[in-house]
Design a binder for this molecule. Structure first.
Ligand SMILES: C[S@@+](CC[C@H](N)C(=O)[O-])C[C@H]1O[C@@H](n2cnc3c(N)ncnc32)[C@H](O)[C@@H]1O
Length: 266
């Protein structure tokens, strides 16, 4: 198992982001829907290598700031090297600063929170009144299937099936491996958790084109194939993914849908 706190995961996560816009697009929508404006104090939860923070900084002006919270040291260190901006500070755990932030952002992370409801309540405690918690999540992780795109493999199922080589893979219905620690929960569970934390949620959605090649490169981020290829070293996983990619239709793509919520604290 590699998990998030592994140099190969941090390195390949960044390599993927340099080549493909999946997380950049998601973060651009997230910061727009979070209604960021100049001067706000933002907490970026599950900051990874700082890609959500990068998107936020463009809207925060000279006097805004971002506290990046990332528990995996390998991801955090990669982020600290990549994102050099005096408005950004990094931490390995949540700060003890009740009601200190105008926004809490959580890009591509919340399905890994367990227990979900208690984790949300903890984040809400950091928000000022009038502030908001904003997060997004691939809709597939909420049990909502993606829309077919094009090509012979319009839901991008073939690559994972080949990697699994007939073994039952720990994966979501449409072929994406379940992220480490992921569990099934529904949009209704999300809404209920937000309302039980006394927030006023507004949900939003967007979709983006995910190509077979981008999907293959995404799978080279080792944490994503810990369930599918247990005990296989990251370099060998790269080889197997490249071999499988050569056998599937590279022109295929699917429409990947994301769901998001902006939940205001009255
Ligand atoms: C897909 S990355 C997203 C990073 C960044 N927000 C972005 O959009 O590029 C998910 C991140 O969530 C972090 N993470 C996983 N479980 C977490 C938890 N329970 N609390 C905080 N962060 C967590 C991982 O270490 C990883 O860096």
């Amino acid at each position: 198992m590699t998990g998030w706190d592994h140099p190969a995961t941090a390195e390949r996560y960044e390599r993927f982001n340099q080549r493909h816009a999946r997380y950049r697009r998601a973060n651009d929508v997230l910061v727009r829907e979070a209604a960021l404006v100049s001067g706000l104090r933002v907490l970026d939860f599950g900051a990874g290598t700082g890609r959500t923070a990068s998107a936020a900084l463009g809207r925060l002006g000279r006097h805004g700031s971002v506290v990046c919270v990332e528990p995996a040291a390998a991801m955090r260190e990669a982020g600290q090297r990549r994102l050099r901006d005096s408005r950004v500070t990094w931490r390995g755990a949540l700060p003890e600063e009740p009601e200190a932030f105008d926004r809490v952002l959580a890009g591509a992370v919340v399905w890994q929170l367990d227990p979900f409801r208690e984790s949300i309540a903890r984040l809400v405690g950091l928000l000022r009144h009038g502030g908001a918690l904003a997060f997004d999540i691939p809709a597939l992780y909420l049990g909502e299937p993606d829309e077919p795109g094009g090509g012979d493999d319009p839901l991008l199922l073939d690559l994972v099936a080949r990697l699994a080589e007939g073994r039952p893979a720990d994966r979501e219905g449409s072929g994406l491996p379940r992220a480490a620690g992921a569990r099934r929960f529904t949009p209704a569970d999300v809404e209920a958790a937000l309302r039980s934390a006394d927030l006023q949620p507004r949900s939003w959605a967007f979709r983006q084109r995910l190509t077979q090649t981008a999907h293959a490169r995404w799978l080279t981020i080792p944490v994503l194939t810990d369930g599918l290829l247990p005990g296989v070293a990251p370099v060998e996983r790269d080889r197997r993914i490249a071999r499988a990619l050569a056998l599937v239709d590279r022109k295929s793509f699917k429409w990947e849908r994301w769901r998001g919520w902006t939940a205001w604290r009255p």
